[in-house]
Design a protein around this ligand. Structure first.
Ligand SMILES: *[C@@H]1O[C@H](CO)[C@@H](O)[C@H](O)[C@H]1NC(C)=O
Length: 304
């Protein structure tokens, strides 16, 4: 399990390099062709293509962005702005039908070599079988903190909101405002709590059939290609980063995401969190004792 997950991580890292190279090309191509992909304003103002211009398309006046995976390539975009602290979300509709082996990643990353990263990864599945939603976290380049849940709805049937709340006290992964994962900043987690580096929102779709679905047993069915995941409404209720450090230091409590009410889950959020964790949790690295005979220190920190 660990080896294969590591493989997934490495692949994406290589992809990012490819992406950076392709990004240079993309800029050139756009200048020449005035590409239709870039013409729509909603998209243009907030997001930019980071990988495979011709595999990123817009619909409905540019309000919906789609990433496409076919035999040639996947695709990806990122937010133009970097953020440090806030609530950042988008509405996603995942690849419908037979999506085994297809992964849609949606994440915040600092893009640095010792990267901080918060991941949602949607692991596709055979027609009619449930998706798994994997979350992971990297701090200073160290990850390996996967959790996987089933969802209480079909994420390919309609748009649902996936969000990150990030402040100096806690990090929360939300699905339709239901907290599914919490990481608190405490003494035990202080050295591994991502708070120094600003992050950009990214999403990409790619072929991960070596590991994604039932441990790699289910391969991509290219007869169902192209695979499309759709996005709308980037909501970045967050501090836009401006150099230099420590921009966006959240000491003034000016914004709701910095204020005491956002430091811990509310009572109703705790209820929802418990509901997800007792009914939908599929895998948690904290209880994978084969992999971590001594669970990492954050595993002993209560979620509130
Ligand atoms: C796909 O469906 C099967 C059967 O219900 C399930 O065991 C598996 O966890 C699902 N998800 C993935 C990503 O394999």
């Amino acid at each position: 399990m660990m080896g294969t997950l590591e493989w997934g991580g490495r692949k994406r890292w290589e992809d990012t390099l490819v992406v950076m190279l392709v990004a240079l090309v993309v800029v050139k191509v756009c200048a020449q062709e005035d590409s239709a992909v870039f013409r729509t304003s909603a998209f243009q103002q907030t997001l930019s293509v980071m990988w495979a211009n011709d595999h990123v398309q817009t619909e409905g006046n540019g309000e919906i962005v789609q990433l496409k995976l076919d035999k040639l390539s996947g695709g990806g975009f990122s937010s133009i702005q970097k953020y440090r602290f806030g609530y950042i979300s988008m509405h996603l509709k995942l690849v419908p039908g037979d999506s085994a082996g297809v992964v849609t990643a949606y994440y915040l990353t600092s893009e640095t070599s010792l990267r901080d990263e918060l991941d949602f990864e949607f692991l596709g599945n055979k027609s009619g079988q449930p998706y798994l939603l994997q979350t992971n976290m990297y701090t200073k380049g160290i990850g390996g903190r996967e959790q996987r849940i089933r969802l209480w709805f079909d994420p390919s049937a309609s748009f649902h909101e996936y969000g990150f709340l990030w402040n100096t006290h806690q990090l929360v992964f939300y699905v339709d405002r239901v907290p599914i994962r919490v990481y608190r900043h405490t003494r035990a987690t202080a050295s591994m709590y991502p708070s120094q580096q600003p992050m950009r929102l990214y999403s990409s779709i790619w072929d991960a059939d070596e590991w994604a679905t039932r441990g790699g047993q289910d391969k991509i069915n290219w007869d169902s290609a192209p695979f499309l995941s759709s996005y709308k409404t980037l909501n970045a209720d967050a501090c836009e980063w401006k150099d230099p450090y420590p921009a966006c230091a959240s000491t003034t409590w000016k914004h709701w995401w910095d204020q005491p009410r956002a430091w811990k889950l509310s009572l109703s959020e705790r209820k929802m969190f418990r509901w997800v964790n007792s009914n939908y949790l599929e895998y948690n690295y904290c209880t994978d004792y084969k992999r971590y005979p001594t669970p990492p220190s954050e595993c002993s920190v209560a979620p509130w």
